[in-house]
Structures are given as structure tokens and as C-alpha cells.
Design a protein around this ligand. Structure first.
Ligand code: PLP
Length: 365
């Protein structure tokens, strides 16, 4: 028998969450962001559930090729554009739309021989200082692109640094509006946080296309201010396993490497077949939420490579073989949002879902 650990991908939840993005940004078209192998879910596993999207956005050319192999004929956007000139050949062959975020990418395009002119998304660095042309360089870049026979349509894109928090997006929106004023073309600004928090009421932020990623995968971009229940999102990934041992401890005994947890009273603990080599965060200390038979309890002590310990006080009848939900959907309708586990480990749902280890068998349900 294999180890009892499994990940489940919930296709109904993916479709549901994508619909929430649409509701949040009425009249905008929706890129489903599927970078990082669909945030660790697997592009092939999510594709059917998300094919109602207007397009797919990602950044790895091999992932773009995989989407075309799934027979997706609609738009694909390369969020980082081309990394080297010969990437343009794949863009021509697979009809990939690509971001232009620096001048060299325009030079490459000008030297590229193609029958099929490209659709490009010119990116403004509106303040995040990651990718994009600065406002002063934006118009001349647009003029260069506009003069190229290799280009048939120019759209505009920028990315927010603070859509999930109190700093907000206003200065970046202002810079984007100024830089693109009077230029013809479609516009895209919003990630999940901006889509959920702003796109419904602010047409400038909604624009022509929104780019939701994390919300599609059932994580709240602005947790803990808001959780997935608040946004009407459902977990799309469950990590589940079983108890493989139970220990009855006396007061003053310790649990796990480093003996970081000491019992105060007699205590039953369970040992779960899940550790950091499965992608569970090692930094999740004592008290990280976990479900046993759908009942909420907590982890105890350090996470080891293949195992972790849980407090069985709220589930006194639990025996080896009991179902343990590390995150996602548990039995009897119980839900443990990945965001709560991530918070306990000092990270984000993004990182946990992307870090699901290769050794964990994945079931699409
Ligand atoms: C990853 C990414 C997104 C999606 O961000 P989420 O926070 O996951 O919604 C949107 N746009 C760009 C450019 C990205 O890199």
C-alpha cells in the first residue's frame, strides 16, 4: 500500500472561483492565470474546469505549448514576454500574445521574420519597479511598436504592488492613465486582489481584461483581512493523509525533534503521514490548524520530513487510519482554508500550493 497521503484537485471549485472573478468584474474579459503549473495544481488538471476563461496567462513557454497541446485555440498571454529572440518563433507558431516590458524585446521583434503579425501588451512600470517601461519611455516604445509590420495590435498592461492592502492602487492607476492617455488599445491592470476589492466599482481598474490568479485557486489575496468565505471562494486543492500512529503521553513529555512541545497534562497525540518533503511547511509551529476526521485541532512540535504530530484532545476516538486534512476540504463539509495554514507558517497560500511535492499522488475529483 502506498503512503496514505494524497492531494485532491477540485475541478468544480475551480469553475466556481473563475465565475466569481467574472462576477467581480462584469463586462471585463478574464485571463485565468495558470503560471507555475497552475499554482501547483497542474495545467492539464485544471484546463477543462477553466476553459470558460477568455484566455490563459502564464510565463513559461513550455507551459504555453502544453496548453496548445490541450487544443486550446484561444488567447494565451506570456506575462514576462520573450526571454530571448528565438522565443518569438514560438510566439509566431503558437499564436502567443506577449508582454513587452523592455526595449530589447522591441529590437528582437523588429528583427523577427514572420508572416503573422503579433499582438503585444506593452507594460508600464507604474511603481512596482519589477517589470515594465518607465512612464517617460512609454510613448516612444509605443510609437516604435506601432511602426513595426510585425505588430498588429498593441494593448496596455501594468501590475499593482498594493492592491491587497491599505496603500491601494491609486498612484499606480494615475500613472497608467497618464501614460496611456489617448493611445488606442485594450487595457489590463487587475490581479485577484484588485479584481475582488476594486474592479466591481472602479471601471478604470476593471478595464478590458482582469488577470485573476490566486482567487481561482481558492485563496484570499487579502487574507487575513478577508477570507475565502467572505469572497465566496472554494478550496481547489486538498492535502489529506491519515494517522499512522497514536501515542498516549504523560505530563512533562515532549514531542518530536528538538522537543519543542511539552505536555502539561495527559494527552493523546496522533502521528500523521505528512511532512515537509510532501510540501507541508516546516515553519508551521505548534498550533497550526489541522482537521482530524473533519474536527479542527492543532499540530504539535516540529514538522519532520515525513511526519507531523497533532493534538487528539478534540477527537478522543481517533485511531490510526483516521483521515487528516492538512488543508482544503475535510469530511462532513469541514473546510480548512490553505490561508490559515500559510499564516501559521509565516507564508502565503500561493507558496504552499506551488510547493506541493512531486511525491504526493494527485487525484482530480
Ligand atoms: C501572477 C500574476 C497575476 C495574478 O496574480 P494573483 O495575485 O495570483 O491574482 C496577474 N498579473 C501578473 C503580471 C502576474 O504576474
Amino acid at each position: 500500500m502506498p503512503r496514505p497521503i494524497q492531494a485532491l484537485i477540485h475541478t468544480d471549485a475551480l469553475t466556481h472561483n473563475l465565475a466569481r472573478a467574472r462576477d467581480a468584474a462584469p463586462d471585463a474579459r478574464v485571463w485565468a492565470v495558470v503560471k507555475a503549473n497552475a499554482y501547483g495544481h497542474g495545467i492539464e488538471r485544471v484546463f477543462q474546469a477553466l476553459r470558460g476563461a477568455d484566455g490563459f496567462a502564464l510565463l513559461d513557454l513550455d507551459e504555453a505549448r502544453r496548453l496548445r497541446e490541450l487544443d486550446w485555440r484561444g488567447p494565451i498571454l506570456l506575462l514576462e514576454g520573450c526571454f530571448e529572440p528565438r522565443d518569438l518563433e514560438l510566439c509566431s507558431r503558437l499564436d502567443l500574445w506577449h508582454v513587452i516590458h523592455r526595449e530589447a524585446q522591441i529590437d528582437w521583434l523588429a528583427a523577427h521574420k514572420t508572416q503573422q503579425p503579433h499582438r503585444v501588451f506593452l507594460k508600464l512600470n507604474s511603481g512596482m519597479n519589477r517589470l515594465g517601461l518607465r512612464p517617460q519611455a512609454f510613448r516612444s516604445a509605443w510609437a516604435r511598436l506601432n511602426a513595426l509590420p510585425q505588430v498588429d495590435e498593441i494593448s496596455f498592461v501594468t501590475h499593482f504592488a498594493d492592491a491587497d492592502g491599505p496603500r491601494g492602487v491609486e498612484p499606480q492607476v494615475q500613472r497608467f492613465l497618464e501614460a496611456t492617455a489617448d493611445l488606442p488599445g485594450e487595457r489590463s491592470l487587475s490581479n485577484s486582489a484588485a479584481t475582488l476589492r476594486l474592479a466591481g466599482t472602479d471601471a478604470r481598474v476593471r478595464a478590458d481584461w482582469v488577470r485573476p490568479g490566486i482567487m481561482v485557486y481558492g485563496s484570499a489575496p487579502d487574507f487575513p483581512e478577508n477570507d475565502i468565505a467572505h469572497w465566496g471562494l472554494q478550496p481547489t486543492m486538498t492535502l489529506r493523509s491519515q494517522l499512522i500512529a497514536v501515542q498516549q503521553l504523560q505530563p512533562g513529555e515532549t514531542v518530536g525533534y528538538g522537543s519543542t512541545f511539552t505536555t502539561q497534562q495527559p494527552m493523546r497525540i496522533g502521528v500523521v503521514a505528512c511532512g515537509y518533503a510532501d510540501g507541508y511547511p516546516r515553519h508551521a509551529g505548534t498550533g497550526t490548524p489541522v482537521l482530524v476526521e473533519g474536527v479542527r485541532t492543532r499540530t504539535l512540535g516540529r514538522v519532520s520530513m515525513d511526519m507531523l504530530a497533532v493534538d487528539l484532545s478534540p477527537v478522543p476516538a481517533a485511531q490510526p487510519g483516521a483521515e487528516v486534512t492538512l488543508w482544503g476540504r475535510g469530511p462532513r463539509g469541514a473546510v480548512l482554508p490553505i490561508d490559515e495554514v500559510a499564516q501559521a507558517a509565516g507564508t502565503l497560500g500561493y507558496e504552499l500550493m506551488c510547493a506541493l511535492a512531486l511525491r504526493v499522488p494527485v487525484l482530480t475529483v
